[in-house]
Design a protein. Structure first.
Length: 271
């Protein structure tokens, strides 16, 4: 289908609100509970605009990005509440959409109408530079003032005291992949964890697909994780850790009580 046809198709989907939402669990590895769920929008199963990437790409070409995100947000909040999912709802939004919400102050009403308190919503900002966030400090502060959480893909430079501080930092799948065999990556994540803890920010490891990756992240002190290993996106997502994942954490807990030479740096134990 050519782009013009895809744009017509997208307009039809928006007019009929023919989008759905799936949810991927984010687990607290220490408490063995659900922290929340990241929502992902979907077009109809047989549609060429089934995935979020396809939807967003065509929406950008058609200048329909805000309309798409606005509908996806409303549908995600409603589906989350209707499913009675525990924890917080994490939703990816563009800076343009966040600015629109901050200016219109419409999010509190949307949440109230759905029966969801603001503190249970977390807005994820992805693929934005530190400069973008710094320029929009007032916008992000306005969102935070409504009681809504923020999640970034990185912390601002330590020298930037004016940058807004998020509630969560999401480690990308690239930072997580094969971390059990990559000492520099372990050291990078350990440094991120140390700085985040000093700032009172929580780190979530995203894209965890391997038991060894999970074990390495847990040993480093990363308390929150999501990925296919812990639960795939679904309309009926996991509400508790699987036995397999719990077994990984239990085994590691038992090993931690064994004697480890104090001279060995913690990161090298994961290599």
């Amino acid at each position: 289908m050519y782009l013009s046809g895809l744009i017509v198709h997208l307009r039809e989907l928006l007019a009929s609100e023919a989008l759905s939402c799936v949810f991927q669990p984010i687990f607290d590895l220490r408490r063995r509970t659900v922290l929340g769920y990241e929502t992902l929008m979907r077009g109809p199963e047989a549609s060429p605009l089934h995935t979020p990437e396809q939807l967003l790409r065509v929406a950008r070409e058609a200048d329909l990005g805000l309309e798409l995100e606005r509908l996806a947000t409303r549908l995600a909040v409603a589906a989350f509440v209707n499913a009675k999912l525990p924890g917080r709802l994490f939703i990816n939004l563009s800076m343009a959409m966040v600015a629109d919400h901050a200016e219109s102050s419409d999010l509190p009403k949307l949440l109230a109408d759905a029966g969801l308190t603001p503190d249970r919503l977390v807005i994820e900002l992805r693929q934005q530079s530190d400069d973008d966030r710094s320029r929009l400090t007032a916008t992000l502060e306005a969102i935070a003032a409504q009681g809504i959480g923020l999640a970034f893909d990185r912390l601002a430079p330590a020298t930037d005291n004016s940058a807004p501080r998020p509630d969560f930092i999401k480690l990308s799948p690239l930072q997580v992949r094969q971390i059990h065999t990559n000492l520099p990556r372990q050291q990078e994540v350990a440094a991120c964890l140390e700085r985040a803890e000093a700032l009172g920010v929580q780190l979530v490891a995203e894209g965890v697909e391997d038991a060894r990756e999970l074990a390495a992240l847990n040993a480093l002190g990363c308390a929150f994780a999501q990925g296919f290993l812990l639960g795939r996106p679904s309309t009926e997502p996991f509400r508790q850790l699987s036995r397999g994942v719990s077994g990984i954490l239990d085994a590691q807990h038992q090993l931690s009580h064994l004697h480890v030479p104090s001279a060995a740096p913690a990161t090298t134990l994961l290599h």
